[in-house]
Design a protein around this ligand. Sequence first.
Ligand code: GNR
Ligand code: NI
Length: 170
Amino acid sequence: MAKLNILRYPDPRLHTVAKPVPQVDARIRQLVDDMLESMYAADGVGLAATQVDVHERVIVIDTSEARDDPRVLINPELMAMSDEMSFADEGCLSVPAIYEKVARHARVTVRALGRDGQPQEFEAEGLFAVCVQHEMDHLVGKVFVEYLSQLKRDRIKAKMLKKAREDERA
Ligand code: GNR
Ligand code: NI
C-alpha cells in the first residue's frame, strides 16, 4: 500500500479527462487500495483517480460514520437522476479548507464495476449521491469550484496559489 500525492487546484492536470479501465487487473486493484489508503489518511469521503494524477475511471467512496464501508466504482455510469435537486456544502481534497454550496441531483442510479471486476448497480441518496456526482465530475476534469461564480472561483484560485507559495517557503 502507498499513500498517493493529491493534486491541488488550480493544477491543470485536474482538468484531464479519464479513460475507461480496460480490465480490472492487479494493477487496478493496487490503485484502488492506494486510493483508499490516501482517502482515509486525508479524512476524505471520496477520491477520484484524477486527483492522484491517474487518468482512468476509478473512484473510491466511504460516507459511513465508522469509515468502514469502502465503495469502489470503476467505469461508473449514471443510469438515472432525480429531477429533485439538493443544495449542500461541498469540499474537496484538491481544494482544501474551501466549502461552498453546490446543487446536485438528490438521487442517482449508478452502474459500475467493483474491485472484483463484477458489475453492480445501486441507488444513492444524501451525501453518498453528492459524492458520486462530485467524483464523476473529477473523472471528466471538472472541479466543484467550476459551479461557483467567476468571482468566487477567482478568489479561491488566488487563495490556493498564495497557500502553495507559503507551503513552498515553509
Ligand atoms: O472529502 C470530501 N468531502 C466532501 C464533502 C461534501 C461533498 C463532497 C465531498 S468529496 C470530498 C473528497 C474529494 O475531494 N473527493 O473528490
Ligand atoms: Ni474532490
